[in-house]
Design a protein around this ligand. Structure first.
Ligand code: PGA
Length: 272
């Protein structure tokens, strides 16, 4: 059976809930450093909740010197799949090695604005794993695709292609973020109902199970993103099989982001 009882699923499987703040192209180095300092003041550590922030590239190095890595981890928002070479303007996963724990790959803003293809995203995921960094793979359908009942096909294609070059053991360690494009602030920010999110999270976990086996499907963390804030986080974390969230806009506000983490901490304690 793929799913355990709602209350104990995450704790039983030994997975940490993960909360990832995607800062996008906001904050210069100084502002990033100030925001991190505020988060240090407001975020308590919790054994079963992992907190990750994804600032812009320029801030990664300075923040890596300031960050309390026991409480907050660093992610990059993108990287190029070649390890090195004449690729002007790109940053490789090998350059990010030992600097970040995670890299966000295939975010809808990259798929849509920068025309990132399924194959490119597959190569990025493989490069990420090859360099010892954990991918946060973002998948999700557009409003149009949902309207024409193509959601499952889109998710199937995005998940199966992206994971194609990984072993079951590698897949078990990655994070998949279900982010319906229509629910992301950038593209309209419609609030996704937990019932809709639940169905798609289950569908993604089933795809992983069909391809890599039940134990991989159980271990992999599948999270939700799209207009998550301190008011909506609780409802999403209550969803069976939802292992965390990736707030964007709300992560730029330290009150909201700290509250999101606090709520995740509380829910995790309750589950014990
Ligand atoms: P949002 O962004 O929370 O502002 O919708 C989420 C994301 O784009 O990852």
């Amino acid at each position: 059976m793929l799913f355990c009882d709602k209350i104990s699923f995450r704790v039983m499987s030994g997975k940490k809930t993960i909360i990832i703040g995607n800062w996008k192209m906001f904050n210069n180095i100084h502002q990033s450093s100030t925001l991190l300092a505020r988060l240090h003041q407001n975020i308590d550590s919790h054994r079963d909740v992992e907190v990750v922030i994804a600032p812009g590239f320029l801030a990664l190095q300075p923040l890596s010197l300031e960050i309390d890595g026991r409480r907050i981890k660093l992610a990059a928002q993108n990287a190029y799949f070649k390890d090195e070479g004449a690729f002007t303007g790109e940053v490789s996963f090998s350059q990010l090695r030992n600097l970040v724990d995670y890299v966000i790959i295939g975010h809808s803003e990259r798929r849509i604005y920068f025309e990132e293809s399924l194959d490119l995203i597959r190569d990025k995921v493989a490069a990420c794993v090859r360099n010892g960094i954990t991918p946060i793979l973002c998948v999700g359908e557009t409003a149009e695709e949902r309207k024409y009942k193509e959601t499952k096909t889109v998710l199937h294609d995005q998940v199966t292609t992206a994971l194609a070059n990984l072993t079951a053991e590698e897949v078990a360690e990655i994070v998949i973020a279900y982010e319906p494009v229509w629910a992301i602030t950038t593209f309209g920010g419609e609030i996704a109902k937990p019932s809709v999110v639940k169905e798609e999270l289950q569908f993604i976990r089933k795809q992983v199970g069909d391809l890599y086996g039940g134990s991989t499907a159980k271990k992999i963390r599948i999270i939700y993103g799209g207009s998550v804030d301190d008011n909506t986080i609780g409802g999403y974390l209550d969803i069976e099989g939802c292992d965390g969230a990736i707030p964007g806009s709300a992560s730029l506000n330290y009150h909201k982001f700290s509250k999101i983490v606090q709520l995740a901490n509380k829910k995790t304690i309750k589950r014990k």
